[in-house]
Design a protein around this ligand. Sequence first.
Ligand SMILES: [Zn+2]
Length: 313
Amino acid sequence: MKPYAFGVDMGGTSIKIGFFRKDGVLVEKWEIPTRTENHGANLLTDVALAVLSKLAEKGIKTSDVEGIGMGVPGAVYNDGFVKPCANLNQWGGFDVSSELSALCKMQVKVLNDANAAALGEMKFGGGRGHKNVVFVTLGTGVGGGIIVDGKLVAGVHGAGGEIGHMKVKTGEVAICGCGKKGCLEQYASATGIVRNTKLYLEQSGMESALRQFETLSCKNIFDCAKAGDIVAVNQVDEMTHMLGKALANIACVVDPEIFVIGGGVSRAGDIVTENVKKYFSLYAFPATEDVDFVLAKLGNDAGMYGCFTKIAD
Ligand SMILES: [Zn+2]
């Protein structure tokens, strides 16, 4: 058995690299900048150099490394072909797995970053001990990953787990980043709740502590909701309502054991899981109701752990 493997999470500003023992112990992690100029022409050579120089530094042969699992912010086909990524200056459009494998002389598997985070949370984080997990990440957008019997559902177009674009509302006038209307992301992302709260404050004469903030943040809204501000409470309610509804619909399809909620918004804590659970129960098909809701545990390392899991398992 080869004793080591790498998990590499390629983000828009930095690339997180983890060097792991195959039993799951993280030996070392570090970051390198994401150089997106020239459509990311240097990205794979940067990753290869980082990986190979770490092995040289430690005196470890490439033949002792199982390979590299790598997460990217875009759609991935067949564990290798990456569609051009908006966050990486349109890098992609080729078989990333084969190219990186040729540079490093080891096996490479590529997956979507939100799917990677789902896998990481299942194996090492909030979903530990479970094999049927739905992971949802609430940040600038809403992403996710669906795991059934321990396996990711990545889909034929690499769009499996794109929970953010489930339709949860009719009559929406604003357009989502995907070009359609009424997507979960428009209500349950940090960007969404801030946008909707600002709109409400503009249109209503309600007194609210939220009016004191010059640039309103998602954290402001949750903090004010915890302090009992009625406008903030209602906005959190609306957001978790949409999320609870979406998760109830997902449960009808995959009937999971546990929902793991991560991303920046989840830092607000139990207020998120408790409210989502309340609305989930309102909509859930009765047979799917016995399910847990937990917060993610790995933070920004979830993707890196998931990439390791992809190559090591
Ligand atoms: Zn959308």
